[in-house]
Design a protein around this ligand. Structure first.
Ligand code: ANZ
Ligand code: ZN
Length: 772
């Protein structure tokens, strides 16, 4: 029977030029699982590695070191490869992918063309974050406090034509399909919040604008609480919507215009920040309540966003805190329409659910039913309908940068944008001496004049290539597929190999990728599936985030704090086995932050020295039953811990076992030595290979459950005749063993207070009494 395949996927590194301790943590510690699974023999294991090699930092580094991004990247890859090899991690080097190589990005371009065919790639004008210094578009996540993440320059808002991927086409699937994945709840909810699906209603309001005819215009609001409609005492439009009204002939008072202009100059984050004063102005217009026919004032305020819902809201101050704050600040009426159990709320909005009041025709109805009933009534009047809104926006993938994957499009004066025919892929990135962006903000590739001019694939006339490159998140959204068949020149990966290796059973990476990278990879998978190129819809069956190693001072490692641990130095001092084993021993592998402890690594180094000493002794002939039991117990524990990524407790077990062996004068038979070494092999590959050639091709040991069953007898331990603890051991265990076990017990330890007992009374299987 053929073995099932298992790709142990670890986020591939960006070739920054030097491995840091985080790389070690991700790769070397994950190698424990890879080696264990191989020894177990149930799977054909793949442990691939590659480089996410395009990106802005390479350009900056190249400028700094007076070289090209390509040369700098190759050099970094070479250096990091050597460092990675020093880890003794069992990578499948022959599957290495590098996203900046034409044989890889040819397929990135092919994927772009497929998405274009599927109408999932398109061009549109959007407002983007623009860094005037780096001269590039930034994702929202690359903007921190309004500054460019890389150079701290204030970011501007610009309207630009960009290539986009239609991630919103899968908004529902991306939300619903999370259900069946074995991902931690934190990651799932990060994905859900990012997509931000909310179900509610769109409600229409007739407008009364001074100087305009009454039936001229309507306004629409999006709400998740249609049940509160009778509590809507005013309507608020966003400055963006106000601007739109102005451009279509609204003659607003000058102070209203001034407010709109001022608000549009602010950053979204400042506008949303809680706690700060809520600014706004009365627009002078009024809206007609769709059910009561009464009019309410229409305000313009910047706490309403232009980019969400309809860009306008019905304000229900009694039941929405933002509206409450606004109503209080501007003296607007507050009408309670949901009954609270206590008296009417006086100091803040009542945001809980309840039964309706002050809502003619709906009083007494519970919220959820009322929301449905009101939405239905609105629909019948033609004044509303149920609607679902998403926070997710389409993916802007154009970058005005050099070091990225060229977008395979041609712009023809007569045909418009025409895709490069598949046979002409890859569109190679031209070598450029001067790859800095042009001053007009046009991409550096516009300077590659020979490369730029091309015949239109459609009409054959003179045309130009697209000069934007792709967001590097596109490169990394499909690399795991390539691992299945990394050298294929005919397709991105042969379906036969995809079937063998996909979807990925376990993907390990950092918490910083809870949203974007994971969402993009899921999107590309769903898009390729929809196009008939993949047979599955989700790329990663299980996902775990590795823990994060902090500096010895408990802070995030950073050069400026001077708390960075250099793995090369540690490896040179203690050896690779010690470094990886210490990292694994520091704590649970998932979802923790753990400070580096320089003394801890010394302890591990000593442990490995003791293992070596054990092997310098001659093996014995006679099997010691206690040792045998300990070794089987350890086998059981370690076999259970590794698949759960509990490397720390597995290592404790190894330490405990070694202590036990030493208590028995290290008298191991040849077989017992081998078992101990096999258990240690995934953790300390170098030492174990040295002590036993070919150990990593050996089979993981089984344990004998029968041996363990007899091992569990609980014996009470007394100190000076008073019960102080319990020990578990074999019913026929020796006095030495019982004493050893008793000394590990906390209660006993406390009462022995480091003293040796004067007298030991031991009834095997029944009682241990220590007299001090
Ligand atoms: C009336 C109402 C009453 C609301 C109430 C809430 C509570 P989520 O869940 O995030 O989708 N809203 C709608 N569009 C907005 C925009 N462009 N800018 C700012 N706020 C906006 O939130 C939906 C709720 O956020 C909507 O429901 C609306 O306020 C507000 F007791 O309408 B609600
Ligand atoms: Zn043409």
């Amino acid at each position: 029977m053929s073995r099932k395949n298992y790709m142990l996927l670890i986020e591939f590194p960006y070739p920054s030029g030097d491995l840091h301790i985080g790389h070690w943590y991700t790769f070397a510690v994950s190698d424990i699982l890879a080696r264990y699974l191989r020894m177990k023999g149930e799977y054909e294991v793949m442990f691939p590695i590659g480089f996410d090699a395009f990106g802005l930092p390479a350009e900056n580094a190249a400028i700094k070191h007076e070289t090209t991004p390509a040369a700098w990247t190759e050099q970094s890859v070479e250096r990091m490869t050597a460092q990675l090899k020093s880890m003794h991690a069992s990578f499948d080097w022959d599957r290495m992918v590098n996203t900046s190589h034409p044989d890889y990005y040819r397929w990135t371009q092919w994927i772009f063309l497929k998405l274009l065919e599927q109408k999932l790639a398109y061009r549109a004008s959007t407002v983007v974050n623009w860094c005037p210094k780096d001269k590039t578009v930034l994702a929202n996540e690359q903007v921190t406090d309004g500054l460019c993440e890389r150079c701290d320059t204030p970011v501007e808002q610009r309207e630009l034509e960009q290539w986009m991927f239609k991630t919103t086409a899968f908004a529902d699937e991306l939300t619903d399909d999370l259900e069946d994945l074995d991902w931690t709840e934190t990651i799932k909810s990060a994905q859900r919040n990012w997509i931000g699906r909310s179900t509610g209603a769109r409600i229409r309001w007739a407008l009364r604008i001074p100087g305009m005819k009454d039936d001229e215009s309507v306004l629409e609001t999006f709400t998740t609480r249609a049940d509160t409609l009778f509590g809507a005492t005013f309507v608020v439009i966003s400055p963006e919507l106000g601007k739109k009204w102005l451009s279509t002939g609204w003659e607003a008072p000058s102070h209203v215009r001034a407010y709109i202009e001022e608000a549009l100059g602010k950053r979204e984050l400042d506008r949303l920040e809680g706690g700060k004063e809520k600014t706004g102005v009365d627009s002078g217009a009024a809206a007609v309540h769709p059910l009561t026919g009464e009019t309410v004032p229409v305000w313009v305020a910047d706490y309403v966003l232009g980019s969400y819902g309809t860009g306008a809201i019905m304000a229900v101050p009694a039941h929405d805190q933002r509206d409450w704050d606004f109503a209080k600040a501007h003296n607007l009426p507050i009408v309670q329409v949901i009954a609270s159990k206590d008296k009417a709320p006086t100091d803040r909005a009542f945001e809980d659910e309840g039964a309706l009041i002050n809502s003619p025709g709906y009083d007494g109805m519970p919220c959820d039913l009322a929301a449905k009933a009101i939405a239905k009534a609105l629909k019948e009047k033609g004044m509303g309908r149920p609607e679902t809104q998403y926070k997710l926006r389409d993916w802007v993938l154009s970058r005005q940068r050099y070091w990225g994957c060229p977008i395979p499009m041609v712009k023809c004066p007569s045909c418009g944008y025409v895709p490069v025919p598949e046979d002409n892929l890859p569109v190679k990135l031209p070598a450029l001496e001067d790859f800095k962006p042009a001053d007009d903000g046009r991409s550096p590739l516009a300077k590659a004049t020979d490369w730029l001019s091309v015949k239109c694939p459609q009409c054959g006339e003179k045309a130009e290539r697209e000069t934007d490159t792709m967001d590097t998140f596109v490169d990394s959204s499909w690399y795991f597929l390539r691992y299945a068949d990394p050298k294929n020149a005919k397709t991105f990966a042969d379906p036969k190999y995809l079937k063998e290796w996909m979807p990925v059973p376990l993907y390990i990476g950092g918490p910083e990728h809870n949203t974007m990278h994971l969402l993009y990879a899921r999107f590309i998978t769903k898009a390729l599936h929809a196009g008939g190129h993949l047979s599955f819809k989700e790329p990663f069956t299980a996902r775990r985030n590795h823990s994060v190693i902090l500096g010895a001072d408990g802070n995030k490692m950073s050069k400026s704090r001077g708390n960075v641990v250099d793995p090369d130095h540690e490896v040179a001092t203690y050896g690779a086995d010690t470094v990886r084993m210490y990292l694994a021993f520091m704590g649970p592998y998932s979802d923790q932050t753990m400070p580096w402890d320089p003394n801890g690594i010394v302890g591990l180094h000593r442990f490995l020295k003791r293992v070596r000493a054990l092997y310098e002794k001659e093996p014995v002939k006679e099997t010691d039953a206690d040792i045998e039991r300990m070794l089987h117990a350890a086998t059981k524990k370690i076999s259970a811990d590794i698949p759960e990524l509990k490397y720390n407790t597995a290592i404790s077990e190894l330490m405990k076992t070694l202590n036990g062996i030493e208590e028995h004068s290290s008298a191991l038979t040849k077989k017992q030595r081998e078992r101990f070494l096999l258990l240690l092999a995934p953790f300390a590959p170098e030492l174990t290979e040295e002590l036993q050639k070919g150990i990593h091709d050996e089979t993981w040991p089984e344990y004998d459950a029968k041996l363990l069953r007899t091992a569990i007898v609980e014996v009470p331990v007394q100190v000076n005749g008073v019960l102080r603890g319990h020990i578990t051991l074999a019913p026929d265990a020796s006095e030495t063993d019982a004493l050893f076990a008793a000394k590990q017990d906390e209660g006993v330890q406390r009462h022995l207070a480091d003293k040796e007992p004067r007298k030991v009374i031991y009834l095997p299987g029944k009682l241990l009494n220590l007299v001090v």
